[in-house]
Write a protein that binds this ligand. Sequence first.
Ligand SMILES: *Cc1c(COP(=O)(O)O)cnc(C)c1O
Length: 437
Amino acid sequence: MAVPVARPATAGRSPQTDATTSQEALLGLFPPGTALGQDGELVIGGCPVTDLAEGFGTPALVVDEAALRSRARSYADGLAARWPNSRVAFASKAFPCTAVYRLLAEEGLSIDVAGGGELTLALAGGVDPASLVVHGNAKTEDELRMAVEAGAGLIVIDNFDDVDRLERIVTDEQPVLVRVTPGIRPDTHAAVSTGQEGAKFGLTLPQAREAIARLRASSRLRLDGVHVHIGSQILDTEPFARAVEAVAGLGTFAVYDLGGGLGTRYTYEDHPPAVGEYLDTLVAAAHRTLPADAQIIIEPGRSMVAEAGVTLYRVATVKRGEPTFVAVDGGMGDNLEVALYGQRFEATVATRVGGGEPYHLVGRHCESGDLLSAGVPLRDPRPGDLIAVPVTGAYCFSLSNNYNGALRSPVVFCRDGEARAVVRRETYGDLLRRDRP
Ligand SMILES: *Cc1c(COP(=O)(O)O)cnc(C)c1O
């Protein structure tokens, strides 16, 4: 059995147990306000995790509603304070369910959608179409028609076919932006770098100039400005400033959409810039290079929602050996971030938080790559225990899948001790519903 070991006292440092230090460090990765209950279990949004697991089953994606709202406010207020003529558009692919659309729209955010599905969800979530920014590097004619008919505020031109199609579809007037690939490669996983030379997104600077000239001559497409998005999980601010400078060189516009991409703290070693620090850099670059009366849009996705989410699993089996595997009832069906980008996640037994020995926390899917966290310290994990993995609010829901016939997890909103499923768990009936034997 793994027992927390007292760390030897070192000079100038008070002796602390691993359990205590790692408890604090771990809680720091959970949504702000997460506490330990009397018996030591995690309490998220006022809801003890054992109650959540009993009420909604596992795996479950739990969202602390207050944490999500407070993050939305810090973005919206932070940008408005620094550049009043501005909008924050949530990049909804990071968490596209109607409750999230509704909540963030209530907080006054605009919404980014890519494709007809996210557009449909956003409208169902009560989002004002005028606040929509429509993206996609391969928009179909049908999707563009849907966006125009819905009254989408801005459509982002990614290629010349977008221009041709919109010229055919738009009868009145449609505001558009041109997406530019600035040739910037931030320090992030190649799969989520989007603004480097050779990226499939947007237009190179010379192509963008050509598109701008064409759109300026269009009678129905109204060119409002330019857009840039260089990637995701970016942990320093400098590439964002370079991206602003790159689009500034394209001319004077009413709107500059500066994209998203701010990194999130997944592990103890991650130290992403705070929202304020990121906005300081972006707005300083804007003051240096953009027209003072322009509107700035930013599009945070991951950093808006990641921290508010926690996934709860139940341990199915502990297989002792070298290494010892703790296998849970979910995995790459509900968290593809590990397999796709090698993202590191921390984890804890939800009723014995912190401390413990390192284990390989693995999922239930038929691949060795179905690893949730390698060598993650867990305190005495046993079958039936609840495991909590923090920072799963971004991209886990959107990338969830039915691998091995897994039923996709519910999304449970928690606030002031009340919990409600805003997305229910799939059923075996759901699996059969589209199937025509
Ligand atoms: C994905 C995406 C974002 C959001 O990126 P995050 O890293 O999640 O903040 C913003 N804009 C566009 C165009 C995107 O594709």
